[in-house]
Design a protein around this ligand. Structure first.
Ligand SMILES: N[C@@H](CCC(=O)N[C@@H](CSC=O)C(=O)NCC(=O)O)C(=O)O
Length: 278
């Protein structure tokens, strides 16, 4: 599989690069961005995967989060994929919370979505293999994300036991089986059988077992989607029930935007660095 470089910018002595490639999982062209810190010029570096939220591409986090300065200092690569398959041949919906830009990081089983919406496999298997084969990175991985992407990061880290050194999330959709965003997307992508939904519900997965993956979550108390869509309390309860030791912090006054993410991204990067450098 080849990577086609679309753009490159020097940034904090490292490189911000956008790639395009054919994906076997989603059966089409995908784009992702990478930040390679200066250390990657001379050695392999660990990677933080960032999963974005509804309506996003790889651009939102790349230009709004302000993560690259600290990633440069810590010697961590950032890999920032798109949030769904794209293109005229790919099923879509007029609403912002279904279809292109809203893949929910699941493997769809229902038509017309199943042909291309295989985002779980793309993020958890194909993309790391591609990145590790073509870029100067080690196999040490962490994962983080925002909102729909926070849901994706938590579900992937909880299901792929041992694959990620740490997981973090900003304003994650904690219990998608019980909120309007999740119920709409899961009905479309996975069908009406709700037992199929639970494999993608972080609160359900965390309640089932004591998780050993270090986990940090920040939720703004001024978030317009909190608590109705995000259901943070379900994750807090699951964390208590399973005694998993996740840090789940409520941050007074912060909303759902990238202003919140940029306020705490440094703490998340330093949290991941501690586990990636072990
Ligand atoms: N357009 C919608 C809300 C869309 C939105 O807020 N998207 C968030 C993620 S929400 C959960 O996944 C986002 O990251 N937007 C991109 C950005 O750069 O801020 C509406 O109007 O309600």
């Amino acid at each position: 599989m080849t990577l086609i470089q679309l753009s490159e910018h020097k940034l904090f002595a490292g490189r911000q690069i956008k790639y395009q490639h054919h994906s076997e999982s989603v059966k089409g062209l995908m784009q992702f961005s990478v930040y390679l810190p200066p250390a990657a010029e001379t050695q392999k570096v660990p990677v933080l995967y960032w999963l974005s939220g509804l309506t996003c591409t790889d651009e939102n986090f790349s230009v709004k989060a302000g993560a690259q300065r600290v990633a440069a200092e810590l010697g961590i690569a950032l890999v920032i994929p798109d949030t769904s398959p794209r293109g005229e041949q790919v099923a879509d919906d007029a609403a912002y919370d279904l279809g292109q830009g809203a893949g929910f990081y699941v493997n769809a089983t229902q038509e017309p979505w199943a042909a291309h919406y295989q985002m779980y496999d793309y993020i958890s298997r194909e993309l790391p293999s591609l990145v590790e084969a073509h870029l100067p990175v080690t196999t040490a991985k962490a994962i983080s994300g925002h909102s729909m992407g926070g849901h994706g990061a938590l579900v992937i880290a909880l299901r792929e036991v041992g694959a990620y050194r740490s997981v973090s999330a900003f304003s994650p959709i904690c219990q998608p089986t019980k909120c309007d965003w999740g119920k709409k997307a899961f009905t479309a992508y996975l069908g009406d059988e709700q037992s199929q939904w639970l494999q993608y519900d972080a609160s359900f997965l965390l309640a089932q077992q004591q998780s050993s993956v270090p986990m940090l979550i920040d939720q703004g108390e001024g978030d317009q989607f909190y608590p109705s869509q995000l259901r943070t309390e379900a994750l807090i309860e699951a964390n208590q029930r399973s005694q998993s030791g996740a840090q789940i912090r409520l941050q007074p006054g912060y909303d759902h935007s990238y202003f919140f993410i940029s306020s705490f991204i440094e703490e998340h990067l330093r949290f991941h660095a501690r586990h990636l450098k072990d």
